[in-house]
Ligand binder design. Sequence first.
Ligand code: SF4
Ligand code: SF4
Ligand code: SF4
Length: 375
Amino acid sequence: MKIEDAAQLTQSYFCLDCGVCTGSCPVSRVLPSFSPRLIVEKALLGLGEELLRDRDLWSCLTCSRCFERCPSSINFPEFMRLLREEALQRGTTPMLSHHGMLQTIMELQTQGIKENKTQWASEAGQIADRGDTFFFVGCMPYFQVIFADIGVDSLSVSSSIIKILNAGGITPVVSNDEHCCGHDMLWNGNVDVFKKLAAHNLEVIRASGARRVVFNCPEGYYTFKHHYQEFFGDLGFEVVHFYELVSQMLAEERLQLRENGAASITFHDPCRLGRMAKIYDAPREILSKLPGCHFVEMERNRENAVCCGTSGWANCGTGSKRIQAERLQEAAATGARTLVTACPKCQIHLNCALGNLDMDLEIKDLTILLAEAVG
Ligand code: SF4
Ligand code: SF4
Ligand code: SF4
């Protein structure tokens, strides 16, 4: 897409040059040369060609903090996404974290390889091949292998979801044929691979007969809810976040929670779940109902929460590490000893940073806390 069209689509022509975006940006705080205001200005001054070659294009976390506050409602993350698409077509690529291993796995999934990644699910509880409710597991089986060495047990979250759904009387469909949702490919500018992954997932879900698809990964949820519909129209099924479903099950008393020891906890809002999907209350409602749980907010919460420091497996550098360390210090400053996350990637990135810090803090996924209370 031409830069002028991207500027038009994202309302960038209405920029007031106020600098609120740069003042809100976590990257600008740690890398002062990075400025969303200047990026918009350059695009409007016809310096887009320069922008497409600039590394800054890939430094943005697409966290939406600037969009949330921009007085002209300029969708800067979407502007970045569209520019990345154009840059990639011209041969400019990001510095990929983990040497591009995650992106390679995503691309390989479009090559018709046979995957065998659901044995854990049948060990976790009751699952089905066809049914009303499809549980979209996402990249957790891959994360389990790649990030076990930093102490992250990704599949324990997925297994807990099956246990909790079963306890609420739901037998979910879990499919070996499901692919990555394509979120990272889309935000890395690779729309072709995104579309292949998405088209395949839609086919698999529709063949299962599901009327609703449940996600715990905020990226998968947001991608289906927003981008799948943008690219493919009506999906023919409902897109539901696991925490919304749990809140409903708790309200209807379909789930019983018991005390599992007292804990002082704080909560990190993921960008895709919070600012982008506007789900702030459901995780807090669950936390408020966990017996023995003392919940305390971090200073920057909800709309003001700060990203976990890296996104789309691109550009994890010293700036990311500073953002993560500051976020962990903010969590510790609440007095809580447990930082609860609600996104598989927040859990991975923050754990990765915690491993290099001497802090009395544990990171735990909300689903694990919930599963412990369900028993
Ligand atoms: S906050 Fe919005 S209007 Fe202000 S400089 Fe940034 S993009 Fe422009
Ligand atoms: S999306 Fe986030 S990281 Fe990117 S410019 Fe806006 S505030 Fe900064
Ligand atoms: S924070 Fe750690 S796990 Fe996350 S991308 Fe960077 S190096 Fe990888």
